[in-house]
Ligand binder design. Structure first.
Ligand code: FAD
Length: 406
């Protein structure tokens, strides 16, 4: 029987310089690469300069951050994981989550626009599209000249997307799209949207097809913009398709394989949403650290009260644990390994960490935490929304359970 002592002896023979050398070679690497650190630095500096000063007002007025988005194209934030040949930045998944976290720390709304655009608006075209589709759509999306969206949810199909009712009937060299999509991020501002529709309703989940739909296509219109609890600067709309003619060449991937494609895209998307939640949690904790040192009660700073110190200690611990889950999921993706359960764990844990952290952050700020002038009030509202989109916490638990109880 081979034991760990044998492994150790074998490695020691391989590396005769001594134990410390062996430990160095065998240890797990938690260090970011130079490229990853640089991506984080660029995103942090950009977010602090271009997002933080405006986030409060954008939230209050539900202002879509168009100018900031325009500046992100040249930085490579709009095609983070797509190769350079399509004008993407060609970065790995770890760099991707670092960038989203930094954007979310300053403006969670901007972070979700970028996350949706990258992970479910553009990436499926790279992963599933034919060369003609990649050439046609990716350079504009990756450079930020155009914005992407993703439409799966319908009024009667949310957590259960296989029950969607939007139909795409084949009609010569095109499909006729009819139906309504709801709660679509960047719905009124996007240039292209990947729409899931049933091409064979009787086949249920295996009868759903993905289409690339361009803004301006006759029969495609935008309904009312939602007035939301949080993530208010991102536009969330209803999309209406009435006899909308989609050329057959705009089918993304295979006919009938759309739901698999959608769920695959959402898996990657969930890691990004986890990173978004992490950014919100960090913002809330940093505000608490600062505020609790400034604010005095009973003649002492709040930070001197152990009850509040423990709240901050829990925040720091959960944030670190969330970060590890997010990195693990991104690492698995980068290494071509299955990561569906890990993506769900990352999204679930990070979004619940954001909610817990923001709730405690409001508590630490007392009455001021309920006022719109304080960032923690916005974090609290944003965190609640993050627990819902790209799959609710219950749906993440369902996926994790399915992968655990086999
Ligand atoms: C701000 C925002 C942006 C969004 N952006 C997009 C977008 O860009 N594109 C897109 O397609 N969609 C988008 N969505 C939709 C989002 O993904 C759905 O809202 C979400 O998946 C939940 O669906 P639902 O709202 O229909 O809730 P429902 O599915 O009706 O769920 C209601 C409740 O029941 C629970 N539930 C449902 N089924 C089960 C089950 N089997 N077991 C246990 N509990 C269950 C849910 O967890 C939830 O608590 C967005 C939503 C929001 C709020």
């Amino acid at each position: 029987m081979y034991s760990v002592h044998e492994i150790c002896r074998e490695r020691s023979r391989q590396f005769p310089k001594g134990f410390s050398h062996f430990i160095k070679r065998a240890s797990m690497d938690f260090e970011l690469t130079r490229q990853q650190k640089l991506a984080r630095k660029i995103a942090r500096e950009f977010a602090e300069r271009e997002l933080a000063p405006h986030a409060q007002q954008w939230d209050e007025e539900m202002t879509f951050p168009s100018e900031a988005l325009k500046k992100m194209g040249p930085l490579g934030f709009m095609g983070i994981s797509i190769p350079k040949q399509y004008e993407g930045a060609g970065l790995d998944g770890i760099s991707y989550v670092l960038i989203i976290e930094e954007l979310a720390r300053c403006c969670a709304s901007t972070a979700i626009i970028v996350s949706v655009h990258n992970s479910v608006g553009a990436y499926p075209i790279y992963a599933l599209g034919n060369e003609q589709q990649k050439q046609k759509y990716l350079p504009d999306l990756c450079s930020g000249r155009k914005l992407g969206a993703f439409a799966l949810t319908e009024p009667n199909a949310g957590s259960d997307p296989a029950s969607l009712e939007t139909m795409a009937e084949p009609c010569g060299d095109h499909f006729l799209l009819n139906g309504v999509k709801t709660f679509i991020t960047s719905g009124s501002t996007c240039d292209t949207v990947i729409v899931m529709a049933a091409t064979k309703r009787e086949k249920k989940s295996r009868g759903i097809t993905a289409f690339i739909v361009e803004r301006g296509t006759p029969g495609f219109s935008v309904g009312a913009k939602e007035n939301k609890l949080g993530i208010r600067a991102s536009d969330t709309c209803e999309l209406i398709f009435e006899n909308c003619r989609i050329p057959a060449e705009n089918v993304l991937g295979e006919v009938g394989a759309g739901l698999t494609a959608a769920l695959g895209a959402l898996t990657f998307g969930r890691v990004g949403v986890g990173a978004q939640a992490l950014g919100v949690a960090r913002c809330a904790m940093e505000e608490c650290v600062r505020y609790s040192q400034e604010r005095k009660q009973f003649g002492k700073p709040l930070a001197s009260f152990q009850a509040l110190q423990w709240m901050i200690a829990d925040m720091a611990t959960q944030i670190e644990a969330a970060r590890m889950l997010i990195f693990k999921a991104a690492w698995l993706k980068d290494n071509g390994k299955p990561f569906a359960a890990e993506a769900s764990m990352a999204k679930l844990y990070a979004s619940e960490t954001a909610m817990n952290t923001a709730t405690k952050a409001v508590q630490i700020h007392g009455g001021y935490g309920c006022m719109k002038d304080y960032k923690v009030e916005r974090c609290f509202r944003d965190a609640k929304v993050i627990e819902i989109y790209e799959g609710t916490s219950e749906i993440q638990r369902l996926i994790i359970a399915r992968n655990t109880i086999k």
